[in-house]
Design a protein around this ligand. Sequence first.
Ligand code: ZN
Length: 153
Amino acid sequence: MDRATERKLVQAARRVRANAHAPVSGIHVGAALLGASSRIYAGCNVESSVLQTICAERTALGQAISRGEHEFTAVAVVTEFDPPWAPCGICRQVLSDFGLALEVIMAGPSGPVRTRTTVGELLPMTVQDTDLLAAAQRAGREARAGGASGGGS
Ligand code: ZN
């Protein structure tokens, strides 16, 4: 990914972070996914009062999937911390479904990117490497291809 694209991705994550709903933790997180189409999908964390949180990464993923994007090359995650927080275990596992090579960029609310890594580096020895998951993904793609109806733009 070129630096201009990385800058746009991080800016999208920084912008959406302002929309976080974090009444419990007060921690605002923004994430932005770069789709294979070059579109960017941003999402913020959404907490509830009983600690059931949808992280920014999964909110961004929901935005992307809802718009029909299923392949991604990178995700930017912005937190207020230094060094910036990495995606949680649940998000690492969910993101791994879209490829261990998915680039993960971590940054603070301003300044340069602090960390560049991949989902595979954050989640070593994952089930992604088994034939079972590959078969499940093939079946899922076939189901999506065969059953695609409705959906928005
Ligand atoms: Zn998470």
